[in-house]
Design a protein around this ligand. Structure first.
Ligand code: PEP
Ligand code: MG
Length: 889
């Protein structure tokens, strides 16, 4: 296999092999854009290296051949003494992992070639500064030397010279610094800084491979759910220099505003600097628009290139560029990250521009982004005390206690505090803290700074570059103009949509998107807003495309009505146990304690009208739409008092010689019903079979409620669902009784109620015998919560708080199987049960009502296996609709 590709050989569709950066560099090269020549070592080579610990045998020769070609093109050799070709060696995985992996610039410089570079560039300072950077980066990333040692030496040099910025150091100072740096390398790494340019390059390539498994990179992948076995590509690219004087510089740009989606000139430029300076937010940049007055020719060319890229990629692109003495070079492009709101706006804008169609627009947004837009935001009516304003880097409203380092952020958040991480600027070492924090605030850096890029990726609120705020990490405080000081632990609020920073806690209000779904804000009404308009249109695209129907899990009229407003096409799960709580508990208690048939029948008789009223309300709210009512499921002891409390009460009463008869009976019942494993005990259909009259009471309530709604000219569409069935016999027994009750009610009311009876499939045995069960079921609804619990043998109430963190850390799964369906295990059962069920009963209606019904990835799976609908909590309905649409397009 081919392990190395010249930039002219690849294209943007080869991301698996060339990584995102390599594939896009190739694409730009082929578009005729000014990309410095170079080549990409494939992810395949990296995987071989990571698996075996050795580079593939053919790699060295292939790299040599491509290096020869590169040298021929440049007309000079790597590290050539009198005129060195210099290269950068950069990582580039399939998915962007900003700042997570290693980069080494200026490879090819040595004690001899630094002189040649000085002469060629006519700039001694520049040459020595480049060499100093090489030793520093190489020492840190390739040889593993503590980076602070170099930083300290640099600071010392500045102090000795009484200057504050690097650029004030002269060639002679930098020369001395190089000597110092080489000493540091020798002392710390136990070897000399390599003078052979090819050795530098080979070691750097290996270091990039190794950086794939660095701690930071691994953590980032877990967060972003990027598989650990992809490996990274390595890009070797001829160096161009943005630090050759005022006619040089470097910058980053977006073809549209990544926060709003608006077209315009967005980006940052830094004159006389190298790329890393911008991304790291070390010096303050100027807005890209100012480049026009600095270097009009390059500016115009850049604008032209950006338009080419947008039209070619048909999407927002972000780019990195360098200007070397008036010559513009493109160093990177990719389809840019964006905020959730911008994703919706850009998708509709691109449709309007005729660049993409509706189906493609659906691929440009995600359910996770929609969910993010449904978060509340700050109340603009609230009285606030604004203490500063930075750049709105990643939207959201975050409130929390100020902390000034990652360690504290993690510690406090573990103990349940909400924190805002405040830093002058962030770097990859702050990742833990950023994950732990509600939001991130920095005083330096632009929209493309580390903090901004990473926070956007995480969907975390971020305000960056709030320059009037002075961050003192040593004293752990932040000073704002006017003498306001925020100490560690003080509460602040940050608005990632406006960039505003407030002292104290600002109240939050619902998002406009929720207001829209609730019907309190209308698309096309006023400016309220472009976002709502975009969401409205994308939802319409999704609804047109999707095959899956979306129902709600709801058990009262209020939730049902909300679900309807959010677009629910019925109720997929009404959990009737929720109707047995509150004041009715006592009735249920009596039912459980009943000693005689008469007593039991009496309490059932009293429960009947209450249940019936619940159903009438529900059927009315969902008039014309299916409502699946599940018969009682949970273990009975859940309706009885806590065993310890009750024991104490009884013991105390006995001590006073005043035992309460009812308490004694209760206690006995609690003991009798106590189970070691209630989840596997007397619940679901088992209850119905053990407590005579319970299920028939519920069926009667459903049937009578339906009849009443019919009489009132309503259109009730009730479906009766039996939980926790493991064998068809259970279902048949319950069914026979239910059919009888329904027949009675039909006769008494003279109505044909058309009540369907179906079952949940939530036990492995049910899934495995689905073909038999379908004989007695008119529909299946997969209860993937219990199915996951029983297939894995994971207690759904316990594991997430117990060992799941360890499992996630060890990468056993990337996400809890209770959150996203485990396709290979639980999912396989769903698939085969669906097939078996339909084989028995063609047209069998299939749905899912576990938590997975509202999970984006799972929705795609359910679409694929051919279910008819998913059912989820009301707030997740829009997400499910959108994902169902995406799955079908
Ligand atoms: C399920 O098990 O997936 C289900 C929907 O039922 P419950 O969560 O009520 O057990
Ligand atoms: Mg269940």
């Amino acid at each position: 296999v081919k392990l190395v590709y010249d930039f002219t050989e690849g294209n943007k569709d080869l991301k698996d092999l060339l990584g995102g950066k390599g594939a896009n560099l190739a694409e730009m090269t082929n578009l005729g854009l000014p990309v410095p020549p170079g080549f990409t070592i494939t992810t395949e080579a990296c995987r071989v290296y990571l698996d075996s610990g050795e580079e593939p045998a053919a790699l060295r020769d292939e790299v040599s051949a491509h290096l020869d070609a590169l040298e021929a093109k440049a007309g000079k050799r790597l590290g050539q003494a009198d005129d060195p070709l210099l290269v950068s060696v950069r990582s580039g995985a399939k998915f962007s992992m900003p700042g997570m992996m290693d980069t080494v610039l200026n490879i090819g410089l040595s004690d001899r070639s630094v002189q040649g570079l000085a002469e060629q560039a006519g700039d001694e300072r520049f040459a020595w500064d480049s060499y100093r950077r090489l030793i520093q980066m190489f020492g840190k990333t390739v040889l593993g030397v503590d980076g602070d040692l170099f930083e300290d030496a640099l600071d010392q040099a500045k102090r000795a010279k009484k200057v504050t910025v690097d650029t004030e150091l002269e060639a002679a100072d930098l020369k001395k610094l190089v000597t110092k740096f080489k000493k540091i390398v020798k002392a710390e790494a136990g070897r000399d800084f390599p003078q052979d340019p090819r050795e530098q390059m080979d070691l750097a390539i290996k270091a990039v491979f190794d950086s794939w498994n660095g701690e930071r990179a691994k953590l980032y992948r877990r967060q972003e759910r990027i598989p650990h076995d992809l490996g990274t590509a390595v890009n070797v690219c001829s160096m161009v220099f943005g630090n050759l004087g005022p006619d040089s510089g470097t910058g980053v740009a977006f073809t549209r505003d990544p926060a709003s989606g608006h077209q315009g000139v967005y980006g940052d430029y830094l004159q006389n600097a190298q790329g890393e300076d911008v991304v790291a937010g070390i010096r303050n940049t100027v807005p890209l628009a100012e480049l026009e007055s600095i270097d009009k020719k390059s500016y115009d060319r850049l604008m032209q290139i950006m338009e080419t890229l947008e039209n070619h990629y048909k999407d927002l692109c972000d780019i990195e560029f360098t200007i070397e003495r008036g010559q513009l070079w493109m160093l990177q492009t990719r389809v840019g990250k964006r905020t959730a709101g911008a994703a919706f706006r850009i998708a509709t804008q691109l449709v309007d521009q005729g660049l993409i169609d509706e189906a493609e627009a659906l691929q440009r947004v995600t359910g996770a982004q929609l969910a993010q837009l449904m978060f509340p935001r700050f109340d603009d009516q609230a009285k606030v005390r604004q203490i500063g304003r930075g750049i709105a880097a990643s939207p959201g409203a975050a409130v929390g206690k100020a902390v000034f380092d990652s360690y504290t952020a993690v510690k406090w958040s573990r103990s349940g505090e909400k924190v805002i991480l405040i830093r002058r600027e962030t770097n990859p070492d702050d990742l833990d803290g950023m994950i732990a924090a509600e939001g991130i605030l920095t005083s330096r850096g632009g929209k493309t700074s580390h903090a901004a890029v990473v926070a956007r990726g995480m969907g975390k609120t971020c305000v960056c570059g709030a320059e009037e705020l002075e961050v003192d990490t040593k004293r752990r405080c932040l000073s704002a103009p006017g003498g306001v000081v925020v100490e560690e632990g003080d509460v602040i609020s940050i608005d990632g949509s406006t960039g505003k920073v407030y002292l104290g806690e600002v109240p939050v209000v619902p998002s406009p998107v929720v207001e829209y779904f609730e019907g309190r804000m209308h698309a096309g009404a006023d400016d309220a807003d472009e976002l709502v308009e975009a969401v409205h249109r994308i939802m319409a695209f999704a609804d047109r495309k999707r095959r899956l129907r979306v129902r709600a899990n709801a058990d009262n009229a209020e939730d049902a009505l909300r679900a309807r407003r959010f677009g629910a096409q019925g109720i997929g799960l009404c959990r009737t146990e929720h109707m047995f709580l509150g004041d009715r508990r006592e009735l249920v208690e009596r039912l459980i304690l009943a000693d005689t048939d008469a007593e039991r029948e009496e309490s059932l008789r009293q429960l009947l009208p209450l249940q019936k009223r619940d159903f009438v309300e529900l059927f009315e709210a969902m008039d014309g739409l299916p409502v699946t009512v599940r018969l009682l499921d949970p273990p009975l002891h859940e309706f009885l008092p806590d065993i310890t409390e009750l024991s104490v009460r009884v013991a105390l009463a006995e001590a006073r010689k005043d035992p309460h008869e009812n308490d004694l009976r209760l206690l006995q019942a609690v003991h009798r019903l106590h189970e070691q494993n209630p989840m596997l005990g007397l619940r679901g259909v088992r209850l119905g079979l053990v407590i005579p009259g319970l299920f028939t009471m519920q069926v009667r309530a459903i049937a009578e409620a339906a009849a009443e709604r019919r009489a009132a000219k309503g259109d009730p569409r009730a479906e009766i669902m039996i939980p926790l069935v493991g064998t068809v016999q259970e279902l048949e027994l319950v069914r026979d009784e239910a059919d009888q009750v329904i027949a009675e009610v039909q006769e008494a009311t003279g109505t044909d109620l058309k009540l369907a009876i179906g079952t949940m499939i939530e036990l492995p045995r049910a899934a495995l015998t689905a073909g038999q069960i379908a004989e007695a079921a008119e529909f299946f609804s997969f209860g993937t919560n219990d199915l996951t619990q029983t297939v894995w043998g994971f207690s759904r109430d316990d594991v997430e708080a117990s060992f799941f963190t360890a499992y996630l850390e060890k990468g056993i799964f990337g996400v809890s199987p209770f959150e996203t369906i485990d396709k290979d295990g639980v999912g396989a059962l769903v698939r085969s049960a669906a097939e078996a069920g339909r084989a028995t009963r063609p047209g069998l209606k299939l749905g899912v009502c576990g938590e997975h019904g509202g999970d984006p990835e799972s929705v795609h799976f359910f679409h694929e296996v051919g279910l008819d609908y998913v059912s989820c909590s009301p707030f997740r309905i829009p997400v499910a609709r959108l994902e169902a649409g995406r799955a079908a397009s």
